[in-house]
Design a protein around this ligand. Structure first.
Ligand SMILES: Nc1ncnc2c1ncn2[C@@H]1O[C@H](COP(=O)(O)OP(=O)(O)OP(=O)(O)O)[C@@H](O)[C@H]1O
Ligand SMILES: [Zn+2]
Length: 748
C-alpha cells in the first residue's frame, strides 16, 4: 500500500459513450488539488491518474466522477506472486489494470443508470398522462411537474457539478434550463416529455458505444479462463492469466490455446481466426508458434508459454484498439471545437430570442420565451458530438475482427485520404522466403561456393542469408568457419575465411573490381530478368561465382495491386533489389517500382512521394520502421501475428495484399459514414431551427429532433459493424494466379 505521497491510480469508469464523456470525467478530476497525468479512455472504460494523497483522497476522486454522472470503481491491484510458483486460488482473480477486462457480460440496458432514468421518466410520464385523463386539470398539471422534476434532478445535478468544474456549457445545462424554463412558463407536459426523450437519446448513445466495445471485448473472451498446466508429472487446471513464461501447458483437441507459446510436442491443425480474422487452419508442429485464443483442431499439443497473459497477442490487439481513441481524428477535434463555440452561441441566441421581440416590438413574452427554450434544445449537440466517435468505434471494432488494426480516428482519416500506396517488396508483396534456384561457379566447385557463402551468412538474419544457409543445409554442406562477419546493409555481407576476405552481395558490390567477364555479366543479367535476385561471391576481390534466388510473389499480390488501382490509388513497390529483378517482379504484379534503394533511400522515397500526395506505406514493421514512420500511414503486415504492432499506425494481421485495399475501403466507408452523420445532425438542426423560430414546432419536437438525430446517427454508425472490408472480387482472389499475367478483375 502506498501510504502517503503520490501514487499512480487506476479506476474503471462506466457510462462513458464518447470522447465528450471522457472529457467530462477528465474535467471533473483534473481540477482537484494533487491530481496530475489524468488519462481517460472511454473504450477501455479507464481512468488513470497520479494522485497526491496528502491533498486529495481516492474517495474524493471517486466522488468527483460520480457527481458528473458516471460510475466508478477502483481496479484491484494484482496480489504479488509468491516466488517460484503461483499457488493462488481461483477466487483471487482480480483484473490487473493492464489485462483487458476479463470476460464480463455487459449489463442489460435497463440495469444501467441511463436505462433506469428512461424507465423512471417514462413511467412517470405515463402516470401523468393517466392522471390527466381522470383527475381535474389542476392536479394533472402537478403530476407533469412532478415527473419533470424527478426526471430532471439527476441531469441538473450533473450540470451543476460540471459547471463547478468550469464546464458551464454542457448538454445537461441546456436541458436543465430548457426543462425548468418550460415549467416556469407553464408547459409542464412538454417539459416532462422533453426530459423523457432526452433520457432516451442518452440511453441509445450508451447502447451504441456498448456494441462497439463488446465487439472488441469479444476477442479477449476467446482466450480460455483456465489452462492445463503440467507440473510435477501431472496436469492441473490453473487460471490462464497466471501462466508464467517457460511453463508448459497441454492443449487438448477442441480446446482453445490459453497462451501465446511454442509447440514442444504434438502436431495438429490450429485455427487462428481469433487473431487473424481468417478461419483457416494452419498446421503446427514442434517449434511452431501458437497464439492465445486459437482453436486446436486435431491432436494434443504441449505448448511452452512464451508471453505472459498481459502481453499475449490478443491482449495487445485489444489494448491497441481500446487505446486507439486517444489518436483523435481531425474531424473529431474540429467538432469538439465547434461544439464549444456552438453551445454558448445557442445560449446567447436563445437569450436574444427571449427578450428582443417582446422588448423591441412589444410581442408576447410567454410565446417568445417558449421559442427561446425550444431553441436551447435545438442547440443540444448530442447527435453531432456522437457522430464521429460512434462511427470510429464501430470501424475499429469491425477492423479488429477482420485482422485490420488502425490506431484511432486520426489513422482512419489519414488512411481514407490515401492517394499512393508504397509497398516494401520482400515479405510484403513477396512471401519473404527466397529460395536458391541457380548456382554458377567460375573457379571452385558448387559445394565449395555454398560452403563459403554459408560461412559468411551463417550469422546474418537477412532472408537471402537464411536461404543460402538453408540450401547448404539441404545439400548436406557444412558452412566454412568464418570470422569477423559483418553486414553491409543494403548491399551484402562480408567475413574472413582462412584469412581471406570474402564478400557476398549485390552485383554492384563487385562492380569495378577485378576483370569483367562478359559471359558472367550476361548470365547475371539473364537471371535477373527472370525476377531472380543474384548475389555474387568474391574472394579477395575476385568473383568466384554467383547464387540466384527467387522470392515468389504472394498469391494475391497481383489481385491486391489491381484492387488498389481500381480504387484510384497509385501503388508503387520500393526495393533494395537490383533494377532488372525489380522490374521483372513489378511487371508481373502490374505495379510501378523503384529499385536499388538503400534503407535510407526508402525513407527519402517516401518523403518525396509525400510532398504532393498522401502516402500509405506497407512493410513488415521491423526493418522498415523508419519508412513506415515517414509515411502518412505506416502499416505493418506480418505472418499472422509476429507483426510489430507497436511500431506502425496500423497493422494487417493476415498475410494478404488484398487486405491493404480492405483497410482503405474500411477507412473510406468510415469517413463517408461520418460525413452522413454530420449531415444528418446538422440538417435536422437547421430544419427545426427555422420551424422553431417561426413558431411552427414547439419544445418536444425540438428535443425529438435531437433524439431522432441521435438515433439516426447511431444506427447509421452501427452499419459499420457489418461492413465487409473485402469488397468485391473474392472469387477473383481465389483464382490461381500465374505469376505475371493476372488481369485486374475488380470493379469499384
Ligand atoms: N546478407 C546478404 N547476403 C547477400 N546479399 C545481400 C545481403 N544483404 C543484402 N544483400 C544484397 O543487397 C540487396 C538489397 O538488400 P536490402 O536488404 O536493402 O533489400 P531486401 O530486403 O533484400 O529487399 P527489399 O528492399 O525489397 O525488402 C539485396 O537484393 C542483395 O543483393
Ligand atoms: Zn457522450
Amino acid at each position: 500500500m502506498a501510504a502517503q505521497g503520490t501514487a499512480k491510480r487506476n479506476w474503471r469508469v462506466t457510462g462513458m459513450d464518447c470522447g465528450a464523456c471522457a472529457a467530462k470525467v477528465r474535467g471533473a478530476v483534473a481540477r482537484l488539488p494533487g491530481v496530475s497525468d489524468v488519462d481517460v479512455a472511454f473504450m477501455a472504460e479507464r481512468l488513470r491518474l497520479t494522485l497526491d494523497e496528502a491533498q486529495t483522497s481516492p474517495a474524493q476522486v471517486e466522488a468527483a466522477v460520480r457527481s458528473v454522472g458516471f460510475g466508478i470503481a477502483p481496479k484491484g491491484a494484482r496480489p504479488e506472486r509468491p516466488p517460484g510458483g503461483f499457488v493462488l486460488p481461483d477466487d483471487a482473480l482480480d483484473p490487473e489494470p493492464e489485462v483487458p477486462e476479463p470476460p464480463q457480460a455487459a449489463p442489460r440496458w435497463h440495469d444501467t443508470p441511463k436505462g433506469r432514468l428512461v424507465l423512471g421518466t417514462g413511467l412517470l410520464l405515463a402516470a401523468a398522462w393517466g392522471a390527466d385523463l381522470v383527475l381535474p386539470g389542476g392536479l394533472a398539471h402537478w403530476a407533469f411537474v412532478l415527473a419533470t422534476l424527478i426526471g430532471l434532478a439527476p441531469v441538473a445535478r450533473r450540470a451543476l457539478a460540471m459547471a463547478r468544474a468550469r464546464m458551464p456549457f454542457t448538454i445537461e445545462m441546456l436541458m436543465t434550463i430548457a426543462a425548468s424554463g418550460a415549467l416556469v412558463i407553464g408547459a409542464p407536459e412538454e417539459a416532462a416529455l422533453v426530459v423523457f426523450l432526452f433520457a432516451v437519446g442518452e440511453l441509445l448513445e450508451g447502447i451504441s458505444a456498448g456494441k462497439a466495445r463488446d465487439g472488441i471485448r469479444a476477442l479477449s473472451r476467446l482466450v480460455p479462463r483456465t489452462a492445463r498446466l503440467e507440473q510435477g508429472g501431472a496436469t492441473r487446471e490453473v487460471p490462464a492469466d497466471r501462466l508464467q513464461v517457460g511453463q508448459v501447458v497441454q492443449v487438448r483437441p477442441g480446446d482453445r490455446v490459453p497462451c501465446d507459446g511454442q509447440v514442444i510436442e504434438g502436431r495438429s491443425g490450429v485455427d487462428e481466426s481469433p487473431v487473424t480474422g481468417e478461419s483457416v487452419q494452419s498446421f503446427k508442429g514442434p517449434g511452431a508458434e501458437v497464439f492465445a485464443g486459437s482453436i486446436n483442431a486435431e491432436a494434443l499439443l504441449r505448448v511452452r508459454v512464451t508471453r505472459p497473459a498481459a502481453d499475449n497477442t490478443i491482449a495487445r490487439i485489444v489494448r491497441l484498439v481500446e487505446e486507439a481513441e486517444s489518436a483523435r481524428a481531425p474531424t473529431e477535434r474540429f467538432i469538439d471545437r465547434f461544439s464549444r463555440i456552438y453551445m454558448p452561441a445557442v445560449v446567447g441566441a436563445a437569450l436574444l430570442v427571449a427578450v428582443v421581440p417582446p422588448l423591441a416590438f412589444g410581442l408576447d413574452w410567454g410565446e417568445w420565451i417558449y421559442r427561446a427554450l425550444a431553441l436551447l434544445l435545438i442547440g443540444c449537440p448530442c447527435a453531432l458530438v456522437i457522430s464521429v466517435p460512434a462511427a470510429i468505434t464501430a470501424a475499429l471494432s469491425t477492423g479488429a475482427r477482420h485482422g485490420l488494426l488502425m490506431k484511432g480516428g486520426a489513422v482512419i482519416e489519414a488512411a481514407a485520404r490515401t492517394t499512393h500506396v508504397a509497398f516494401d517488396k520482400t515479405g510484403t508483396l513477396t512471401l519473404g522466403r527466397p529460395r536458391v534456384t541457380d548456382l554458377h561457379v567460375q573457379r571452385c566447385t558448387e559445394a565449395a561456393l555454398l560452403a563459403i557463402a554459408a560461412g559468411v551468412e551463417s550469422g546474418a538474419s537477412h532472408p537471402l542469408a537464411r536461404a543460402i544457409c538453408a540450401e547448404a543445409d539441404r545439400r548436406g554442406i557444412a558452412a566454412a568457419p568464418a570470422s569477423g562477419a559483418r553486414a553491409l546493409p543494403g548491399l551484402g555481407a562480408e567475413a574472413e575465411i582462412d584469412g581471406v576476405t570474402i564478400r557476398i552481395g549485390a552485383p554492384r558490390l563487385a562492380e569495378g573490381r577485378g576483370p569483367v567477364d562478359p559471359a558472367f555479366q550476361a548470365r547475371v543479367a539473364a537471371l535477373e530478368a527472370e525476377g531472380k535476385t543474384v548475389v555474387i561471391l568474391q574472394r579477395a576481390g575476385r568473383a568466384e561465382g554467383l547464387i540466384a534466388l527467387r522470392d515468389e510473389p504472394r498469391a494475391d499480390a497481383a489481385e491486391g495491386v489491381a484492387q488498389l488501382r481500381a480504387m484510384g490509388l497509385a501503388p508503387v513497390m520500393l526495393t533494395g533489389d537490383n533494377p532488372r529483378t525489380a522490374a521483372a517482379i513489378a511487371e508481373g504484379l502490374g505495379i510501378a517500382h523503384r529499385a536499388q534503394l538503400m534503407p535510407e533511400d526508402k525513407v527519402a522515397a517516401i518523403r518525396n512521394l509525400s510532398a504532393g500526395a498522401r502516402v500509405m506505406m506497407i512493410g513488415d514493421g521491423i526493418n522498415d520502421a523508419p519508412a513506415l514512420a515517414a509515411a502518412h500511414v505506416g502499416v505493418a503486415m506480418g505472418s499472422g501475428t509476429d507483426v510489430a504492432l507497436e511500431t506502425a499506425d496500423a497493422a494487417i494481421l493476415r498475410d494478404r495484399v488484398t487486405d491493404v485495399a480492405g483497410q482503405i475501403r474500411l477507412a473510406r466507408a468510415t469517413m463517408a459514414n461520418i460525413r452522413q452523420n454530420i449531415a444528418i445532425a446538422l440538417g435536422l438542426k437547421a430544419v427545426f431551427l427555422v420551424t422553431t423560430l417561426f413558431g411552427i414546432t414547439g419544445l418536444w419536437i425540438a428535443i425529438l429532433a435531437d433524439t431522432g438525430a441521435t438515433v439516426l446517427v447511431t444506427l447509421n454508425a452501427l452499419r459499420l459493424l457489418v461492413f465487409r472490408p473485402e469488397g468485391p472480387g473474392k472469387a477473383a482472389r481465389q483464382a490461381p494466379q500465374p505469376a505475371g499475367r493476372a488481369t485486374p478483375s475488380v470493379s469499384t
